[in-house]
Design a protein around this ligand. Structure first.
Ligand code: HEM
Length: 475
């Protein structure tokens, strides 16, 4: 029988289509899809890569054939960074992944657990407000404060306290801060590992030191998590008073229970899941808030409308709390519209097919790597009226949500491998945005235009930090 592959752009010998992918891969792939259609088969060197760029194509992959597309491709760098795929994000589809994912869904990120950290969100958002207030009429680097906010929230929730410039580091070497090491970790996630596509080119990253860096960063993070886990275990042995459980406590409890049941959770698994909270939860959440504030500065009438909503509710109780957020439909629409135009990970996390399958009438072979271009889907004029416009109103009379049921809007992915952290991220961002809009009026620095360039990487931050002048509002 003859197979019918999806359309492919012309490719070069050896490198395939790699030369057509620029530093902003979501944009390069989007332009290719304008010529070759919503389902394309590219070749990264000789490896086939399926690219989906419409809601319909994403639905077939992440819903109709979700089971077949629930694997993740292996990558030498990821293997080195994520405890040989023992975490929930990179682990191959199967029983082990199911266990790790259910620890996230049922234990670490359950509604009840998220509620139990409400005071952490309230305190850390208040800290951010205080830092802004203390700058007076000077410029505020909002990007930096937002990164600190999400980093501090995840640190307290996952590890029980904040870690900044201490921790991390290995024997006999200058001890680097945990945040510094995480910064290098994020950088390494963005390295395209040519050896994954052309096995005989593995030497490239060996020689240029990328693999060595990945091993060193993994070791530094492991030393740090090891010491945090040890501290927690120590405290448990000594039996301190009742205190609220952070992620490490929960994981140690699961480890004890699983050991008693004869199937102990490996200590690498504990550390890999903690690493996921940082690697998957901090940069993504801060990026969303940074872009929301950027769009609000670019669209002062939207900011005014948001402030009117928030300040109207705050009038009666002076201080915004999480209880107020459900009365703020415009705030929620602003966040959705931000995630449509700026999905923090525009190409989501790659999937891989485990069987031969047909998608939109085309034949896809087992073992094909899959990229879903969520950014491109957010730009599709057949799903969105005037897609390039930032217009939160479009969500006010619409049931479209980002939870993975509406394939026009999938910043968190969908299906079995969908993100378990949607609520966690939303809880921080909604409260922070409401407080910012309540207490300050924002302006750009005199004579400075708003720059909206995107930085490079897996998570697409603003290229340049968002600098503003924040004037306290007398409301
Ligand atoms: C705005 C914030 C966030 C965004 C945009 C985001 C986005 C994503 C995306 C696109 C995926 C891949 C989905 C797929 O393959 O269908 C994912 C997976 C995942 N995310 Fe998130 N995420 C966010 C916050 C978080 C947080 C706060 C956590 C945890 C504390 C988290 C933990 C995970 C995990 C463990 C996975 C792997 C799921 C699996 O492979 O089964 N994420 N996320």
């Amino acid at each position: 029988t003859t197979t019918r592959p999806p359309p492919s752009p012309p490719k070069l010998p050896i490198i395939g289509n790699l030369h057509q992918i620029g530093p902003f891969a979501h944009r390069s792939l989007h332009s290719l899809s304008q010529t070759h259609g919503p389902l394309m088969l590219l070749h990264f060197a000789s490896a086939p890569v399926l690219v989906a760029s419409s809601a319909a194509a994403a639905r077939e992959i992440m819903k109709t054939h979700d089971l077949i597309f629930s694997n993740r491709p292996k990558s030498t760098i990821m293997g080195k960074l994520f405890y040989a795929y023992k975490d929930a994000v990179t682990s191959p589809y199967g029983e082990y992944w199911r266990q790790m994912k259910s620890i996230f869904v049922l234990q670490l990120l359950s509604n009840k657990r998220i509620q139990s950290f409400r005071h952490v969100r309230e305190e850390e958002t208040s800290n951010m407000m205080e830092k802004i207030r203390s700058t007076g009429s000077d410029a505020v680097n909002l990007s930096e404060l937002i990164v600190e906010l999400t980093g501090d929230v995840v640190c307290r929730v996952a590890l029980g306290r904040k870690y900044g410039t201490v921790g991390g580091g290995g024997e006999g070497r200058r001890r680097r801060g945990f945040k510094e090491v995480l910064g290098e970790f994020d950088e390494l996630l963005g390295v395209l590992d040519i050896g994954d596509f052309v096995p005989w080119l593995k030497w490239v990253n060996r020689v240029n030191g990328v693999y060595g860096r990945a091993e060193r960063v993994a070791k530094e993070l492991d030393d740090f998590f090891e010491s945090v886990v040890e501290e927690h275990a120590d405290r448990d042995r000594k039996g301190g008073g009742e205190r609220e459980q952070d992620f490490v406590d929960v994981l140690l409890e699961i480890q004890r229970e699983s050991a008693a049941a004869g199937n102990p959770l490996h200590s690498d698994s504990v550390k890999a899941l903690i690493l996921n909270a940082f690697a998957a939860g901090t940069d993504t959440t801060s990026t969303a808030l940074e872009w929301a504030m950027t769009e609000l500065l670019k669209h002062p009438q939207v900011m005014k409308k948001l402030q009117a909503e928030v300040r109207g509710i705050a009038q009666t109780n002076q201080r915004i709390t999480e209880d107020d957020l459900d009365q703020m439909p415009y705030l929620k629409a602003v966040i959705k519209e931000t995630l449509r135009l700026h999905p923090p990970i525009p190409l989501l996390v790659p999937r891989e097919s485990t069987k031969d399958v047909q998608v939109m009438g085309y034949d896809i072979a087992a073992g094909t790597r899959v990229i879903v271009n969520a950014w491109s889907i957010g730009q599709d004029p057949s799903s969105w009226d005037e897609p390039e416009e930032f217009r939160p109103e479009r969500f006010l009379n619409s049931s479209i949500d980002f939870r993975g049921h509406d394939f026009e809007l999938i910043p968190f992915g969908a299906g079995r491998r969908g993100c378990p952290g949607i609520q966690f991220g939303a809880a921080v961002n909604e409260l922070a945005l409401a407080k910012l809009a309540h207490k300050f009026d924002f302006a750009l620095l005199d004579g400075v235009d708003l720059d909206v360039s995107e930085g490079a990487g897996v998570t697409i931050h603003k290229k340049f930090p968002l600098l503003v002048v924040a004037t306290p509002c007398s409301c």
